[in-house]
Design a protein around this ligand. Structure first.
Ligand SMILES: [Fe+2]
Ligand SMILES: [Fe+2]
Length: 383
């Protein structure tokens, strides 16, 4: 209801509705799922205010115009008033739009394809379609340009990670590979001291950092140091913490599922949301936050402002960084595990914060089947 009401109200705003009229659209949107008697019930507007609609005065009873919109919307009445008719159409269109997005886990199409198809059918009002077009302020190309300004994943890190996977490489060789990139080496020393790797005594050189964490965790330290640079550059500390947390959870899920490289799962977890960096440093960052604050999950909000999402853009970034295709695939499908056979994508889906996309039982089911586990072990619950 929140989403439908916000979509309809923002479309109304784009169409030049007055503030009072936009508010009517918002109220009708909030009530569109309920029976008409509910809207008529005393206290309905108090409920709207309690639902947190900003600036809603406690009006009792609800303005007659809201009732009229709802009656027309439900086909219980006709109207000669163009405002009422238009508003009912906007609500209907917003509802269809939102339903189409909700149905994506059952469709074999990207959000963009599904929405284009919906708009082509003509059941969505053209004025709503135009408004949706106007929400789109960024192109995929713009996002890739933003991504190109992010610090690149260091070559030395990629080389050192390959060595970590090779049982014949020793810590000294790994150290030499890392030392060729002094920024990376410095970052590793700093991270080793951050408490993230459980080292108690201060570490002041790369050699000590590596020997302190040991070969097994060396890969994690290298990966974390390499990725953190991109996050810190955009002042995106929260996203960094989320990535580190998801990386740990990805290792947990991958170990549970079996047959997966845990080092790879960790790296995948660290970079799974790298596409969000591009969005957050883009000119659409403020607009994106507005949608998210109105209750739209990240992937939905990203779709509204750009027609794509952070998973798709993240994969593009990893291609630019020359990541192995296996990791690229996993990141690309981490919110749509049903569209790939990659098990690593399912690991990321399971490790991911569910609040980043609309909840879906179908996707949970696919991921747990791919991973051969009973149930997705969620570290966080959807908000
Ligand atoms: Fe994500
Ligand atoms: Fe995430």
């Amino acid at each position: 209801v929140f989403r439908v009401s916000t979509l309809a109200a923002r479309a109304a705003d784009r169409r030049g509705f007055s503030e009072a009229d936009t508010e009517t659209v918002e109220w009708a949107g909030l009530l569109h799922h309920h029976a008409i008697d509910f809207a008529d019930a005393p206290g309905a507007s108090k409920l709207l205010a309690d639902l947190g609609l900003p600036g809603v005065p406690e009006l009792d009873p609800l303005p007659e115009r809201v009732h009229e919109v709802l009656r027309v919307y439900r086909g219980m009445a006709r109207t000669a008033d163009p405002f009422i008719a238009q508003t009912a159409i906007l609500e209907e269109s917003a509802n269809l739009f939102d339903e189409q997005i909700e149905n994506l886990p059952y469709e074999d199409a990207t959000a963009d394809e599904a929405i284009r198809e919906l708009l082509l059918t003509g059941i969505v009002d053209p004025s709503f379609s135009e408004a949706v077009e106007s929400f789109r302020v960024l192109s995929r190309q713009d996002l890739i340009e933003c991504a190109k300004r992010l610090p690149v994943f260091p070559k030395a890190a990629m080389q050192a990670l390959r060595m970590v996977r090779n049982p014949r490489s020793g810590l000294r060789e790994i150290e030499r590979a890392v030392a060729s990139d002094s920024v990376l080496a410095g970052e590793m020393v700093q991270l080793a001291n951050s408490g993230m790797f459980g080292t108690w005594h201060p570490v002041n050189s790369l050699a000590v950092a590596l020997s302190r964490v040991g070969t097994e965790a060396a890969g994690k330290l290298i990966a974390a140091a390499a990725v953190r640079r991109s996050f810190i550059s955009g002042n995106l500390h929260e996203l960094w913490l989320h990535s580190a947390e998801t990386a740990d959870q990805a290792v947990f899920v991958a170990a549970e599922a079996g047959g997966l490289d845990l080092g790879e799962a960790y790296l995948a977890g660290l970079v799974h949301d790298v596409g969000r960096l591009a969005f957050q440093v883009s000119p659409a960052a403020v607009e994106l936050r507005r949608w998210e604050e109105a209750g739209f999950p990240a992937t939905y909000a990203e779709f509204l402002v750009s027609g794509t999402d952070h998973a798709t853009i993240g994969a593009e970034i990893l291609r630019i960084w020359r990541f192995p295709e296996e990791l690229v695939q996993a990141v690309e499908h981490h919110h749509r595990p049903e569209t790939t056979s990659s098990r690593l994508a399912s690991v990321l889906y399971a490790a991911e914060d569910p609040a980043e996309s609309l909840p879906s039982c179908a996707r949970d089911h696919t991921a747990s089947k791919r991973l051969d586990i009973e149930e997705i072990p969620r570290a966080r619950s959807a908000s």
